[in-house]
Design a protein around this ligand. Structure first.
Ligand code: FES
Length: 126
């Protein structure tokens, strides 16, 4: 599988990540919906070509931490191979989002789990 160049998350503000990744997609290759134990919901949409995530969007009406975790998860998945995207973990999101309160750790789990489900949706169609 080919690899593409990718910017580092720190090169973008959260507002830029929201502008880039927050929203729904009309014709994704795969998608997923997940509801967390707190009641917040997370949707992930992927366009995958030759095993590379070419486009990624997420949607949530959850709290600011939920949105931040979704945006960072989407950014880390963008232009990654499916195999590499499966290395994104809630711990990585928590470490990258400095200041994520302990009581919002589940926001990172919700975002990453929704990404995994979207990847599973793609793999099961393949
Ligand atoms: Fe529940 Fe963020 S408060 S996912």
């Amino acid at each position: 599988m080919k690899k593409a160049k990718k910017e580092k998350p720190s090169e973008f503000s959260l507002e830029e990540l929201f502008a880039r990744y927050l929203g729904r997609m009309n014709d994704p290759t795969s998608s997923a919906y997940l509801k967390g134990p707190c009641g917040d919901e997370m949707e992930f949409y992927l366009v995958v070509k030759e095993g590379i995530i070419e486009e990624v969007k997420f949607y949530t009406e959850g709290c600011e931490y939920t949105r931040a975790c979704g945006a960072l998860t989407a950014h880390l998945a963008w232009k990654k191979s499916i195999d590499d995207a499966l290395w994104i973990s809630p711990r990585l999101i928590k470490q990258s989002l400095k200041g994520l309160p302990e009581e919002h750790k589940h926001c990172a789990i919700l975002a990453v789990s929704a990404l995994y489900r979207a990847i599973a949706d793609y793999l099961l169609k393949d």
